[in-house]
Design a protein around this ligand. Structure first.
Ligand code: HPA
Length: 246
């Protein structure tokens, strides 16, 4: 594989960083990147190798709901691209809108709905093509590896909202009608910026809860982080195998 792989770790998924043979760890502040205050989001860029593959792991990210602008939210993506990242794996914790994807499931993102009301591309370049923004070949290979390892990696559309509040039950019904399969507060802006920069993007949602108003829905940030933590190991095993093939 040419270039490095970049991994952005969402809520509860920080343990993925333990897989990297660390060469250098740079705090967001030291890297000139905006800093997050949300529990469960570490703020560091960790450079090194994962099973011999050059990688940079972005531990934590900043969000619009903390008052950051779209260009702040995507600063980490630009930082990684400048350091040779060509493939970007964006992970997040998300609410599931699908009965067949219960908490603890994973979904590869096939497409997104940007419902944040903003874009990192404001001011140009205009008219970025967002067709095929999420790399289908890479995502399908991840699904094959998951199947071979004995579990099902789902697929679907991720709706990115601003937050910081979770959705109302009416909003969840609206999102389902709109064709969304998962809902969260990150990822879509990073994907837009990454596509502008010509990076391949793979998006992975850890479904930590059902959307508000769905049977069994329980919306609590501590639970979200805990469910992410328990589901992380399975995805780490799949990602490691995937990286070995690259
Ligand atoms: N909604 C929005 N973001 C989320 C959710 C949710 O239900 N769960 C985890 N992140």
């Amino acid at each position: 594989m040419k270039g490095r792989v970049g991994l952005v770790l969402g809520s509860g998924l920080g343990s993925m960083v333990d897989e990297i043979e660390v060469e250098e760890s740079i705090d967001f502040a030291a890297a000139g990147l905006p800093v997050s205050g949300v529990a469960g989001h570490r703020g560091a860029m960790v450079l090194g190798k994962i099973d011999g593959v050059p990688a940079v792991v972005m531990c934590g990210r900043v969000h619009l709901y903390e008052g950051h602008r779209a260009s702040d939210v995507t600063a980490g993506v630009r930082w990684m691209a400048e350091r040779g990242v060509e493939t970007l794996v964006l992970t997040n914790a998300a609410g599931s809108l699908r009965d067949d994807l219960p908490p603890g499931s994973w979904m590869r993102i096939t497409d997104h709905l940007n419902l944040t009301g903003t874009s990192p591309l404001e001011g140009g370049p205009n008219f970025q093509d967002m067709t095929g923004a999420y790399d289908a070949a890479g995502g399908r290979r991840l699904q094959e590896i998951a199947t071979a390892q004995g579990w099902v990696l789902g697929e679907g559309v991720y709706a990115g909202l601003r937050g910081p509040q979770y959705e109302t039950p009416a909003e969840i019904r609206m999102l389902r009608t709109m064709g969304a399969d998962a809902v969260g507060m990150s990822t879509v802006l990073e994907t837009m910026e990454a596509r502008r920069l010509g990076l391949k993007v793979v998006g992975l949602s850890c479904l930590t809860n059902f959307g508000a108003g769905m049977p069994g829905a329980c919306l609590d940030h501590a639970d979200v982080v805990q469910t992410g933590k328990s589901a992380a190991a399975r995805m780490i095993a799949v990602l490691k195998e995937w990286l070995r093939e690259m």
